[in-house]
Design a protein around this ligand. Structure first.
Ligand SMILES: O=C(O)c1nn[nH]c1-c1ccccc1
Ligand SMILES: [Mn+2]
Ligand SMILES: [Mn+2]
Ligand SMILES: [Mn+2]
Length: 334
């Protein structure tokens, strides 16, 4: 990649050497707003660098909120780039004193998935210790093939871009522990009451690139809460549903105040369930341009109090959700 040439005619900010700059991010942000792309040399550089960065992180990242810093936890964004811009406008962009944690499902469905993925990755590259990304069930090959990200990569860039993103998704951490109090993961809890944080720490995610139909990784990416105690069948055909007693036992056993998860739309953008021990946060307002839901995010300061904020969808260029989704049958026959 290093000796790939960028034509003199390229009108965007250039990356010199291996460092990311805020100047590059600001230029890229504007280019994406205007429907432009970045040079594929920089796509390869950003994705391969972030793949290595996140590969070396533990399966459960552990972070604190330092004095003078605020952490924002965001849920699913699903390619809704213009709504993410609205979130940054209202809440402030990532900075040295404003950490962000994106809790999976940042691609698929919305038709600006490459823009969101490259923006999150560029921030990760610029500030690895102040910007965090959990894997969602949509950061997987099976979902990207059907719900648009693979098609969008190929349409806007090329096949190599999708392959590199796919490898980076397999390297993403599966959970982030905030201040030893909140376990943030995309889906939810487990079929087994005995799972501890240590089991998650010890999970070698590099041995299994895709979540499959069973096991800890699948459950962390796929399960949903239910109102009834105990466990029940998943409405998705994958994973299971877990009740308030399951959440209570898990939090007590692991010394947690709550589990913060995403993975499901909520009309208010967030919901505190299971006596406040299971919190859903979803950051794609007017999901797929159809659901009349708000978006939300959670601000957490050094005192670890949760501040819930809501926001609304903003107008975006007239490109429908799933605009680049390949015909599932056609792509599976190739
Ligand atoms: O695309 C979504 O809404 C979604 N977000 N997380 N999981 C899903 C999903 C969608 C269709 C089928 C299975 C899961
Ligand atoms: Mn989702
Ligand atoms: Mn999901
Ligand atoms: Mn929209």
């Amino acid at each position: 990649i290093e000796n790939m040439a960028v034509e003199p005619s390229y009108d965007g900010v250039r990356l010199e050497g291996k460092e990311m700059t805020q100047e590059f991010i600001d230029d890229m942000t504007e280019r994406f707003k205007n429907g432009k792309l970045i040079h594929k040399k920089y796509v390869y550089q950003i994705v391969t660098t972030v793949k290595q960065l996140v590969y070396d992180e533990p399966t459960m990242v552990e972070m604190e909120v330092p004095e003078g810093v605020q952490l924002t936890v965001c849920g699913d964004t699903h390619g809704q780039y213009f709504d993410l811009m609205e979130l940054f406008r209202l809440n402030g962009p990532p900075s040295d004193t404003h950490y962000y944690l994106f809790n999976g499902d940042f691609v698929d469905r919305g038709s600006w998935s490459t823009e969101i993925a490259l923006l999150l990755y560029a921030y990760k590259m610029l500030r690895p210790k102040g910007f965090f990304i959990n894997r969602g069930n949509h950061e997987t090959d099976d979902m990207n093939r059907v719900y648009g990200f693979e098609g969008e990569c190929k349409h806007k860039y090329n096949e190599r871009t999708f392959k590199l993103f796919s490898e980076s998704f397999s390297a993403l951490p599966l959970a982030t522990l905030v201040g030893g109090k909140y376990l943030v993961l995309h889906g939810g809890l487990f079929s087994d009451d005995n799972v501890t944080l240590d089991d998650i720490r010890k999970l070698d995610r590099h041995k299994q690139r895709q979540p499959g139909q069973s096991g800890l990784m699948m459950e962390m990416l796929w399960t949903d809460p239910q109102k009834e105690p105990g466990r029940g069948p998943s409405k998705r055909g994958v994973g299971l549903q877990f009740g308030p007693d399951v959440t209570k036992r898990f939090c007590e056993k692991n010394g947690l105040e709550a589990v913060i998860r995403s993975h499901e739309v909520r009309m208010d953008g967030y919901e505190q369930e299971h006596d406040g021990k299971c919190i859903t946060v979803f950051s794609a307002p007017k999901y797929c341009d159809m659901t009349e839901n708000r978006g939300a995010f959670i601000n957490i300061g050094p005192d670890y109090k949760l501040q819930f904020k809501q926001f609304d969808a903003v107008p975006h260029p007239n490109i429908q959700p799933m605009a680049y989704a390949q015909n599932a049958l056609r792509s599976s026959l190739m």
